[in-house]
Ligand binder design. Sequence first.
Ligand code: G6P
Ligand code: ZN
Length: 542
Amino acid sequence: MQIRTVATTPFPDQRPGTSGLRKKVAVFSQPHYLENFVQSIFDTLDLSGKALVLGGDGRHHNDVAIQAILRMAAANGVGRVLVGRGGLLSTPAASCIIRRRGLAGGFILSASHNPGGPGGDFGLKFNVENGGPAPEKVTEAFWRRSREITEYRTAEAPDLPLDRPGIQRLGGMEVEVIDPVADYAELMERLFDFDRIRALFADGFRMRFDAMHAVTGPYAAEILERRLGAPPGTVVRGTPLPDFGGGHPDPNLVHARGLVALMNGPDAPDLGAASDGDGDRNMILGRGCFVTPSDSLAVLAAEARLVPGYAGGLKGVARSMPTSTAVDRVAADLGIPCYETPTGWKFFGSLLDAGRVTLCGEESFGTGSDHVREKDGLWAVLFWLNLLAVRRAPVAEILEDHWRRYGRTYYTRHDYEALDPAAAAGLMDHLRQRLGELPGREVGGRRVRAADEFAYTDPVDHSRSTGQGIRIVFEDGARMVWRLSGTGTEGATLRLYLERHEPDPARQHDDPQAALADLVAAARALGEIEERTGRDRPSVIT
Ligand code: G6P
Ligand code: ZN
């Protein structure tokens, strides 16, 4: 194998966002683009002689990028790379493999829930030895390096076949193609009561899992249908496709429309679930009912003792700031700490590593625990299955019981996508300027208790993150949260998150849009949304 040093010049736009470097396929496939970023990682971290994992969600460009990274890893002296068969690995499975096999880290190729195909998005992120995404100080170092890079190293070598498990060599580097599902499935068997879930299915329980033609298809087929005995056909859209079948692999009420319709129709099975492009998000639906991610986290926290992996109780819980406060009430009841972190799974990593929290979750359809260092879609589904297998009650009943006990937190998120970035920044600036004068004032009939721009000091490593979204809290506990998306690739996306708590069981069955209509109207006026963005309604409501 011959090593080649290729001269290059920096790209100005390689600063990783909320979750790695995410760009249009056309950007990523420019000559040297991927290579510059990968070399910046090799230049920042000393990975020579180390073992890494490599895989992605199978989207367009996954195959080309995997071969390029393998050649560069060999040329940069990496000792060993484990690659998921066919180049596939879900994000939580990659995290699991790094941890179980004691690897130095790994490359995950995905743009998560963003559409794929030649006109879609691609992404690359590096996870470190705890199995979680590289922390911000590390990703910032990648970015700094990418701005001064002058050359990268690669190897002259043909593409390696990745379709069968086994060991190959690329120069001095060992490449092992592994079954992408096995390690992960074994971990799930240790956390959940598979016998009990099998008994549930044997008694006629029906579910539908929508893999959205993304990476979880093979995982769900193996775990749900093969190991747990769910009837064949339980997993739909189970074949990963480079363009996700033209769909938008984001499990929410808008993009998993077919599943939502099924669950609201006459033939609804007992449980509906979906996962995103790279398998870390989840959506849970019961017959005629949608479990918001914020509620799902609260229910899992409240019921965790029913599940073997969590029977010893929870050390603490964490949620991102825009996630509803439903889990806070459970934590208070359990007498355990509840942490509020900025948006982005990476902020949970240090709390999990320090043993401060066991469960964590985000409104953006992410739920997870200390079993890996990523959010985990199928894990959340199995957690619900385990609860249902113990309680033998419909999802809706479990949810209603929860609300009766803790109150219901009505919640909605309104997204304004593809905005002119200057208009979006102007809107946020305008709110920022008003923060000081809002407390004590009435907005839409409610008195403001506090208004600030969220900043966070990690209690473990004391690192500080500022500018993490504007929050306006009212005297009755209702909240309005405003932030700009860190993952969009087209213009700016404004996210507006609204919630209010309803303790009265007689008023817990309204449509959230109706229950929150006054807050929505107040927010639109306060943010001057229409005047500033030209939009009279959000593009997506979840
Ligand atoms: C990714 C991260 C999540 C985060 C989400 C926020 O999915 O993994 O942890 O919640 O991005 O995305 P946004 O577009 O709101 O910045
Ligand atoms: Zn994802």
